[in-house]
Design a protein around this ligand. Structure first.
Ligand code: HAM
Length: 425
């Protein structure tokens, strides 16, 4: 057998020097920032299984979407059920919301999740078959200010993490009435260009013509440039909603551009949709995106509540940070590296280390019995700030010398004082 992962997935290692974004300390750093901002916006975490009944995504994401037609990992389990690895987090969060009647438990349902999603996409830079999303889903608020607040949350997360050249693209795809009017106008325009459209767009012409608007195929882009704008078809209520979102974004100081071609690839959206891109990744690869999905809960058999949310790929956040030369944290290192000489010292070293760790000091003990100079080399490569060599003399006297690995200076102390020593804390 070959010790090689399948295409399109990756390991996150303690440190990956060749592809730094695959280093777990960077993931922890970003996830900590995410949890912090989630707390500040008073979001509550939800964790759903990585697989669901397939029908959830057929109904939730939409039967004509790329995700459902091309990208799902679907299999029949031993109980003869069709099961799908979740390609996204919104439908599962709504399923859990309905199943546990969360509408009855709180009128404020502001949820977030962090977890892996699975899509059988063509493997290429920035697109993976297992990717990881931070998602936010706010249920129960129909007001346009809610849309702006959630967009600003994502924008603020990115700026806190140091991302630059952010492009916040916003659009309104209106309510069902506005979209019906637009759909007819769009089809009327596109039918004269039908033969020049990509084959994907030809398939979408009847079932989902709005998706042709944000096709990435150069042939479609040319044709779509002259297409009518959805913004001219918004009915008064949809227009007012969108204008209020933009006004609130202005008030929050979030720079944005209205992009009438932005549609997004999932069927549940209505009214506001948005995506945030960051310079280097290019317009094809948004770092995050989302929108309003007022009808989804009802479609899935739940209460008729409005909702707004987004998902952002954690790999894309970290890759952008690296590409943009953001100041990154360093990997964690031991505060103290203990080198015991002999078996008795080893026993003592472990007790001492336990004491240190219980005082919050990151301690590593060299247990393999290496000779002193080899052990010192290990201490060096571990990046430890201090080392302590413990032999018979130290055990007898209860004293120990700790050596600063950066300056080479030493300091005498006792086993007793070590766990509270300022230098190590
Ligand atoms: P989405 O745009 O399909 O939306 O995905 C959200 C984000 O996940 C993307 O902006 C991107 O950063 C990341 N992403 C998606 N697919 C991949 C991939 N194959 N490889 C790497 N990163 C990827 C949703 O999934 C919606 N559920 C978002 C949402 C939540 N809308 C409302 N609530």
């Amino acid at each position: 057998m070959s010790a090689k992962s399948p295409p399109g997935v990756f390991d996150i290692l303690p440190e990956d020097p060749s592809e730094k974004w695959k280093s777990s300390y960077l993931w922890q750093f970003v996830e900590t920032a995410i949890r912090k901002i989630a707390k500040e916006y008073c979001l509550k975490e939800i964790r759903t299984p990585v697989f669901e009944r397939t029908e959830l995504f057929l109904r939730g994401v939409g039967e004509t979407t790329d995700i459902v037609t091309k990208e799902m990992y679907t299999f029949v389990d031993k109980g003869d059920r069709s099961i799908t690895l979740r390609p996204e987090g919104t439908a599962p969060a709504m399923r859990a919301f309905i199943e546990h009647a969360l509408a009855n438990t709180s009128s404020l349902n502001k949820l977030f999740y962090i977890g892996p999603m699975f899509r059988y996409e063509r493997a290429q830079a920035g697109r993976y078959r297992q990717h990881h999303q931070f998602g936010v889903e706010i249920i129960g608020v129909a007001e346009p200010e809610q849309d702006a607040e959630v967009i600003s949350l994502l924008y603020n997360l990115y700026t806190r993490l140091g991302l630059r050249q952010l492009g916040v693209h916003v659009n309104s795809i209106g309510d069902a009435e506005s979209r019906t009017a637009f759909r007819t106008a769009l089809q009327n325009y596109l039918k004269d260009h039908f033969n020049d459209l990509s084959s994907d767009s030809q398939t979408r012409f009847d079932k989902n013509p709005l998706r042709i608007l944000d096709s990435k195929d150069p042939r479609d882009i040319k044709i779509v440039a002259g297409a009518p704008s959805i913004l001219d078809f918004l009915n008064p209520a949809s227009k007012l909603h969108f204008e209020t979102v933009l006004k609130q974004l202005d008030l929050l100081g979030i720079p944005y551009q209205v992009n009438p071609k932005l549609v997004r690839g999932l069927d549940y959206y209505n009214q506001t949709v948005f995506e945030i891109v960051a310079g280097e990744l290019g317009a094809q690869n948004s770092v995050g995106g989302g929108g309003r999905y007022d009808g989804l809960l009802k479609t899935l058999g739940g209460p008729d509540l409005p909702a707004f949310g987004f998902g952002t790929g954690i790999e894309r956040i970290i890759q952008t940070m690296i590409n943009q030369g953001v100041d990154l944290p360093n990997p964690d290192v031991p505060a103290l590296f203990i080198i015991p000489l002999g078996d008795t010292a080893k026993e003592q070293a472990l007790s001492l280390a336990q004491n240190l760790r219980n005082n919050g000091i990151a301690t590593l003990v060299e247990l393999s019995g290496k000779k002193l100079n080899k052990a010192m080399q290990l201490a060096n490569t571990s990046g430890a700030r201090y080392t302590a060599v413990i032999g018979d003399d130290e055990i007898k006297s209860g004293t120990v010398k700790i050596k600063n690995m950066h300056t080479g200076a030493s300091l005498d102390t006792t086993f007793e004082k070590l766990p509270t020593l300022g230098e190590l804390c």
